[in-house]
Design a protein around this ligand. Structure first.
Ligand code: GUN
Length: 293
């Protein structure tokens, strides 16, 4: 039953070992250690886990990393102050402010405070704009992870109908833009909560990218026979029998879609680990100076 699974865990391990070797070369050749700074405000349980896992990846790959944890009621000024310090710090090549931020903080203002040459999330308007025009830039980590999964699973994107479900700034919009670029040449449709007859759009897709945050939303009768299904959803659903009391479920009903599709990513172990691997790749590229020199 496993032959249709795109194994994000194994693909991301391969990428991380490439990064680890490059990091050693950068260290011994130029004395540069890639450095990544994390800012986490509040106690959102998912965010706490994500930042912890990103920190672990830094350790594993030989990166320098610092994590600044702030309380839920932290002021906007305190976050801006930390970012300005990291902007000036030559040991830091990447700055990641974990989203979502507490409600009283203006997220866009925070993102725009980050030096765009250290914006390894690719969320700064300079990077977002450059991605749209096809120039060199930091590519947001989840979209970057998705295209790497497709590439490394030999899925062709040129001329293919891709349906993206969800229009978030973190996944939906950037992945749609990325797949329109000349490297990928896809025909992209973006569906969202106000789309009329969403099933009809999805049924024409060669590749479906589900990023709406609704557990099990995509069913067998939505998809085309032989399509490739990329599930970006990470939904916590109740699971009273387990230690944590919850389990992670994607936006796709995996069991329902498995027989009909050609390839599918599992949750967990699909897109999730790729996001972290591509964050490391962006940070390494920043340290090497290959994006902005
Ligand atoms: N929250 C969910 N995904 C992401 C991400 O890729 N980067 C940041 N900074 N926050 C997130």
């Amino acid at each position: 039953m496993l032959d249709k699974i795109i194994d994000g865990k194994s693909i991301s391990s391969g990428i991380k070992s490439e990064i680890k070797s490059e990091t050693e070369i950068l260290k011994s050749g130029k004395g540069i250690v890639p450095g990544l700074a994390f800012i986490l405000a509040g106690e959102n349980p998912a965010s706490v886990v994500y930042v912890r896992n990103k920190g672990k990846a830094c350790e594993e790959l030989g990166f320098y990393s610092v994590t600044e944890r702030l309380p839920e009621n932290a002021s906007e000024e305190s976050i801006i102050g930390l970012i300005k310090d990291f902007n000036q710090n030559s040991r830091i090549h990447g700055i990641l402010v974990q989203l979502p931020l507490p409600g009283h903080i203006n997220e866009q203002k925070i993102i725009e405070t980050i030096d765009y040459t250290k914006d390894v999330d690719g969320f700064h308007p300079v990077n977002a704009g450059r991605m749209m025009t096809g120039e060199k830039c930091f590519i947001p980590c989840t979209p970057y992870g998705i295209v790497e999964l497709l590439k490394r699973s030999n899925v062709k994107t040129e001329g293919k109908n891709v349906v993206v479900i969800g229009r978030s700034n973190i996944v939906g919009k950037p992945v749609a833009n990325l797949l329109m670029r000349k490297e990928f040449n896809s025909t992209v449709t973006v569906c969202h909560s106000k789309t009329v007859n969403i099933k009809q759009h999805i049924s024409g897709a060669d590749i479906v990218i589900a990023a709406i945050g609704k557990a099990g939303f995509v069913k067998r009768d939505f998809i085309k026979e032989g399509s490739v299904i990329i599930d970006v959803g990470i939904n916590r659903t109740e699971n009273p029998g387990s230690k944590s009391g919850y389990k992670l479920t994607g936006d796709v009903d995996f069991e329902d879609c498995y027989e009909k599709c050609r390839l599918i990513t599992p949750v967990p172990g699909g897109v999730g680990p790729m996001t972290i691997a591509m964050l490391m790749k962006n940070t390494l590229d920043s340290a090497k100076g290959v994006i902005y020199g």
